[in-house]
Every structure is written in structure tokens, then in C-alpha cells.
Design a binder for this molecule. Structure first.
Ligand SMILES: [Zn+2]
Length: 126
């Protein structure tokens, strides 16, 4: 067996297997650390692939810049869903994306809805 498969235990310094979840010398448990590494993706968690609602909310939030008020409200809705999902399971991440969807989507949803209502109201008066 090559020494490359071993690392020193961060607690007691004894050699332990790289994949070890528990030090056989001092009994330190590394379960959480190695699990996080297993679940990590190539982006280092910047893009929340495991939280599609948050990701969708983010993109719809950006698209809600276009004058279509539905997009903003959908972004707001998905953002709330993504936020709830991230709260339930913090490992899937996406809180930032969800918030961008909520804030940007909610803001433009409101703006475009107001514009639409004003336009309708204006055309009724005219
Ligand atoms: Zn140890």
C-alpha cells in the first residue's frame, strides 16, 4: 500500500487512511468533513445545482427585467420555495440565488404589474 493513501490525523498526528471517517488512534470522528467533501460539486457550491428552485428563481429574477410581470412573480414564488428548501437542507445551498430571485423578481413583478394596471386604467379613462 502506498503512503499516499494516508494522512496524519489532525488531532493526534498518527497516520490514518485518507478515506477514514474515524481515527483509529484517538477516536476522533471526521464523518461530517468527509461527507461535505463527497457532496461538494465542481463549482464549490457557487451554483446551487441541488436547489433548482433557487437557481430558477435567480434566472427568472434576471429575466423579470423584461416588461412581463408574470416572470417577476414566478421568480418570487420559486425564490421562496428555494429558500425553504435551503433552510430544510442547508447542504443544497442556494440561499443567495433564492434571495436574488425574491428581491429582484418581487421588485420588477411589482413594477411591471403597476405599469400594466396603470396602462389598463389609462386606456379605460381615455
Ligand atoms: Zn487521531
Amino acid at each position: 500500500m502506498s503512503t499516499a493513501e494516508y494522512k496524519p490525523c489532525p488531532v493526534c498526528g498518527e497516520e490514518i487512511r485518507l478515506a477514514a471517517r474515524r481515527c483509529r488512534h484517538c477516536g476522533e470522528v471526521f464523518e461530517k468533513l468527509s461527507e461535505d467533501r463527497d457532496e461538494g460539486d465542481a463549482t464549490g457550491g457557487v451554483i446551487p445545482y441541488k436547489n433548482p428552485q433557487a437557481l430558477m428563481a435567480y434566472y427568472l429574477g434576471l429575466f423579470s427585467l423584461f416588461p412581463c410581470f408574470i416572470l417577476g412573480w414566478v421568480a418570487l414564488y420559486l425564490g421562496l420555495q428555494g429558500l425553504a428548501a435551503a433552510k430544510k437542507n442547508p447542504r443544497i445551498k442556494g440561499t443567495v440565488h433564492a434571495w436574488i430571485g425574491i428581491l429582484v423578481g418581487g421588485f420588477f413583478g411589482l413594477i411591471w404589474t403597476l405599469f400594466t394596471v396603470l396602462a389598463l386604467f389609462g386606456s379605460m379613462v381615455a
